[in-house]
Design a protein around this ligand. Structure first.
Ligand SMILES: NC(=O)c1ccc[n+]([C@@H]2O[C@H](COP(=O)([O-])OP(=O)(O)OC[C@H]3O[C@@H](n4cnc5c(N)ncnc54)[C@H](O)[C@@H]3O)[C@@H](O)[C@H]2O)c1
Length: 282
């Protein structure tokens, strides 16, 4: 039986870098994006790789299309690695779309792929250091977490608005909650997949040099402050993040499941230290 990897958001940025990293380690690589032109260019560039490349244009918020993707994958072979990088950032859309794409879309993909999980299946969902930085503003409201933990509810967005109040309409706040929701969803899914030999983790990138990263940098002055604070004093590259995803999808990471891997050059640690102030002994 052939092995099949999936890379979503493969048209550009980190999803594209994940496709490059995953292509040598499966018989088939299904590349997914809603941007047909970018996806076509990525598929062309990947055409020389060992894996057979199967491009699928879809929007991850389209439940029927995501279910059809799972059917297609099942027909291609055994599901092996999944890098789910498709997502949008606060300057790209309003709060509803941010929660819908980044959290509900992730839940739809996990639901559709769950029946395909066999021993060795490993998925990585992209969260963000934004979810880690929420802790700087104080403890998260358990009532909001309860709503976040049910992204499949038909009235999910209305319930988030009610629990989160007006603040949730700020796309940056909605983004942080969406990514926190991804981290929590992954932990619950690891419990469900584990007995079947499947693993799932989230990865939280810091400031990464991709089209999205550049757009946020251009529109949000706080990004420059965070870059200045980042101990490594630079952004990460898409390939540095994809290397971690490839590891998490590989048998080398066979005992890693239900966790979040923060890949941020030390930014969250530095931001926490900055907010906490000087400590005795430095
Ligand atoms: N770049 C950063 O600094 C950064 C930091 C933290 C987290 N992230 C997260 O990492 C992931 C990848 O980010 P990136 O920087 O590579 O982004 P990017 O914008 O450069 O690429 C994202 C890709 O996803 C696709 N996409 C967006 N919405 C989609 C949808 N609904 N259905 C299908 N495809 C869709 C886009 O067409 C695009 O090709 C995202 O989830 C993002 O939130 C990025």
């Amino acid at each position: 039986m052939s092995t099949v990897h999936i890379a979503t958001g493969a048209g550009r940025g980190m999803g594209r870098a994940c496709a490059d990293r995953l292509a040598p380690t499966a018989d088939v690589l299904v590349v997914v994006d809603r941007d047909e032109t970018a996806l076509g260019a990525a598929a062309d560039a990947l055409a020389g790789s060992a894996a057979r490349i199967v491009p699928v244009t879809l929007d991850v918020t389209d439940a029927a299309a995501v279910a059809a993707l799972a059917d297609q994958v099942q027909g291609l072979g055994d599901l092996s690695g999944v890098a789910h990088a498709a997502g949008i950032s606060p300057t790209m859309a309003d709060w509803r779309a941010v929660l819908d794409v980044d959290l509900v879309g992730t839940a739809l993909l996990i639901d559709a792929l769950t029946p395909l999980v066999t021993p060795g299946t490993a998925m990585v969902c992209f969260a963000s250091m934004a979810a880690h930085l929420m802790g700087l503003a104080g403890p998260t409201d358990p009532a909001i977490d309860a709503v976040l933990d049910d992204p499949r509810a038909p009235d999910f967005l209305e319930r988030m608005r009610e629990a989160g109040g007006e603040g949730i309409e700020e796309p940056g706040i909605a983004y942080s909650y969406a990514k926190r929701g991804v981290q929590r969803l992954v932990r619950r899914t690891a419990i469900a997949w584990g007995p079947r030999g499947g693993r799932i983790n989230s990865m939280s990138p810091g400031l990464i040099d991709t089209p999205m990263g550049r757009q946020e940098f251009d529109h949000q002055p706080v990004m420059a402050v965070m870059l200045e604070q980042t101990p490594l004093r630079r952004e990460g590259s898409a390939d540095e993040l994809a290397a971690v995803v490839a590891f998490l999808c590989s048998p080398e990471a066979g005992y890693v499941s239900g966790t979040d891997v923060l890949v941020d050059g030390g930014c969250v640690a530095a931001m926490e230290a900055m907010v906490a102030g000087p400590t005795p002994g430095g």
